[in-house]
Design a protein. Structure first.
Length: 72
């Protein structure tokens, strides 16, 4: 798995940040166009609320399994 995180005092904004970080990773490290990365995230990415104790901040993690990519 590869994971990114987003942190914000708003849950939806933390989710957007985690997703944007994943799109950045896929574009920069996997050679996907940003649109392709977005589509892949909508189909294969899992989101988890990772932390709620750091009030008022939420930490959201986005996960993509590395196994979906062919070996280089």
């Amino acid at each position: 798995m590869y994971a990114t995180t987003g942190i914000s005092d708003d849950l939806m904004e933390a989710t957007r940040k985690a997703t944007r970080h994943m799109i950045d990773h896929l574009a920069e490290n996997r050679g996907l166009a940003r649109g392709e990365a977005y589509i892949l995230c909508s189909a294969a990415m899992d989101l988890k609320i990772s932390e709620v104790v750091d009030a008022p901040n939420w930490t959201v993690s986005a996960y993509i399994p590395e196994s979906i990519f062919p070996e280089e």
